[in-house]
Design a protein around this ligand. Structure first.
Ligand code: NAD
Length: 491
């Protein structure tokens, strides 16, 4: 007789306590490597929204009154706690999103620690203002204050990273926080909240899981929420603008991209080939990365040479399969709906006239025929399509998977025109050994991040955010404050 393995249930974190949704509704979490359910998450209702906002509001006065150094001490402790729980969190993130364990353990968790430490260091900056000379008998100055309750709405592709970026700087500035993870990957965030709550006063950090379409709008429009920061799609950003139109509040949007990665004939071609494939788009989380260099622009004189090198670089060490095995290099697509979308774009690219240079296959049974446990998983082969027209839908719409187009170009001017011919403006890569060209490209490219001879260098040191339909604002410490101008007349 088959024995049913009992699935672990994860809970909301409200006011320092782990709780079920008020009407006990749950949803299965799916492991995308197998397509099988492995855990349960709460599906909250508007009653839970009221409870979570009330908790964040009641914790606010005390947290905001702490000195920046007191808050910094809490945040540093949280960074330390990741030494104990990092491995567990990395495993949950891998099981929930398909991002391979070698990257969640060695890449993700160390970055989360850095963010908490960086936010601790920034806490004193957040409250600093300026003195402003406005006349001999007047003392003018500015102060920065917390905004209140900050709501962080996060996507399914990198939940623990986006959770941390949104929570750490908001807390450092003296706000209390509510995190709403995606219903498609909430397990890591729910456990993360539970762990962190042991090191914070109750209600300072809260996590509520539920459908974006059921509780998202209610949270966003709630009068008790003072700032909303979304990492997600343009569709959700538009819904949030509408939901807050009557009662406006500061919004930060980190949205999608269709980023160009441009290789000139004077580049170090081996370095470029690795940079635009395994770091740029064929990543450990199967290209589900907002800055994915999904449009690869190659100067015609080096096209064939580069296509060969890219094949080599992509497939040299590629290993699909068990995402919890440290030798696996690329995981599956994170959920069924996204898998269907990515597969349909591969088919569309061919219909539009694209030529498959490599890849193009999908499905666990096709890609992992010897490992039946992954038959139902959402596996897609790294796929490169050559096209001759940047107007194709596969060149204009975000695919969000291990699928890139190659677009040949002749001149620098042509490369700039193609690169900027997109509604998005998140990131761009340039590969050249000519410093003058590097400078010209940086100036000409219409994107929030430009990397030269490297790609996807995202960390705590530099501000991160997009232009155009890739969003606006940054999850920085200052955007988590409001600035007050004061004058004391002393004449
Ligand atoms: P999504 O917009 O579908 O969902 C994001 C979050 O919004 C989820 O928590 C969802 O439940 C919630 N939501 C949905 N409808 C809502 C509503 N009406 N009101 C409030 N909340 C609502 O995005 P996704 O599919 O989870 O994530 C993929 C997208 O995120 C891609 O476009 C990707 O480029 C983008 N992304 C951007 C960055 C960045 O930093 N620029 C980083 C990662 C992902």
């Amino acid at each position: 007789m088959a024995v049913m393995k009992e699935m672990r249930q994860y809970f909301n974190l409200i006011n320092g306590k782990t709780v079920s949704a008020s009407d006990e509704r749950t949803m299965d979490a799916i492991n995308p490597a197998t397509g099988e359910a492995w855990a349960k998450i709460p599906l909250s209702s508007t009653e839970d929204v009221e409870a979570v906002v009330a908790a964040a509001r009641s914790a606010l006065p005390q947290w905001a009154e702490f000195s920046p150094l007191e808050r910094a001490a809490y945040l540093r402790r949280i960074g330390d706690v990741l030494d104990t729980y990092g491995q567990e969190l990395a495993q949950l993130e891998t099981s929930n999103t398909g991002w391979v364990i070698r990257e969640t353990v060695y890449g993700l968790i160390p970055v989360l620690k850095q963010i908490w430490y960086d936010a601790a260091g920034a806490a004193t900056v957040a409250s600093k203002g300026e003195t402003v000379p406005i006349g001999p008998t007047s003392f003018g100055y500015t102060v920065r204050e917390p905004l209140g309750v900050v709501l962080g709405i996060i996507p399914w592709n990198a939940p623990l990273f986006t959770f941390t970026i949104k929570a750490a700087y908001a807390l450092a500035a003296g706000n209390t926080v509510i995190i709403k993870p995606s219903e498609l990957a909430a397990v890591g965030s729910l456990r993360y909240g539970e762990i962190l709550a042991e090191h914070l006063p109750p209600g300072v950090l809260n996590v509520i899981s539920g459908l974006g379409t059921e509780i998202g709008n209610v949270l966003v429009g709630h009068k008790g929420v003072n700032r909303v920061s979304l990492t997600g799609s343009g569709r959700t950003a538009r819904a949030i603008v509408q939901a807050t139109a009557r009662d406006p509040k500061p919004l930060t949007f980190e949205l999608g991209g269709k980023s160009p990665n441009i290789v000139f004939e004077d580049a170090d071609l081996d370095k470029a080939a690795a940079g635009i494939t395994t770091y740029g788009i064929f990543t450990g989380n199967a290209g589900q990365i907002c800055v994915g260099g999904s449009r690869i622009l190659i100067q015609k004189s080096i096209l064939n040479e580069m296509l060969e090198r890219m094949y080599e670089a992509t497939f040299k060490e590629l290993k699909l399969g068990d995402t919890l095995d440290f030798t696996t290099t690329m995981g599956p697509i994170a959920n069924q709906a996204q898998f269907d979308k990515v597969c349909s774009y591969i088919d569309l690219g061919v219909e539009e006239g694209g030529k498959i240079i490599f890849g193009g296959r999908y499905g666990g049974d096709v890609l992992l025929p010897d490992q039946p446990q992954f038959k139902g998983g959402y596996w897609v082969e790294p796929t490169l399509l050559q096209v001759d027209n940047n107007a194709y839908r596969v060149c204009q719409e975000e695919i969000f998977g291990p699928v890139a187009v190659v677009i040949p170009f002749e001149t620098e001017e042509e490369a700039i025109a193609i690169a900027n011919d997109t509604a998005f403006g998140l990131a761009a890569g340039v590969w050249t050994t000519n410093l003058g060209r590097a400078q010209r490209m940086i100036k000409a490219l219409d994107s929030g991040n430009v990397w030269v001879n490297t790609y996807a260098r995202v960390g705590v040191e530099l501000p991160f955010g997009g232009f155009k339909e890739s969003g606006f604002g940054k999850d920085s410490i200052l955007e988590n404050t409001r600035e007050k101008s004061c004058v004391i007349e002393i004449g």
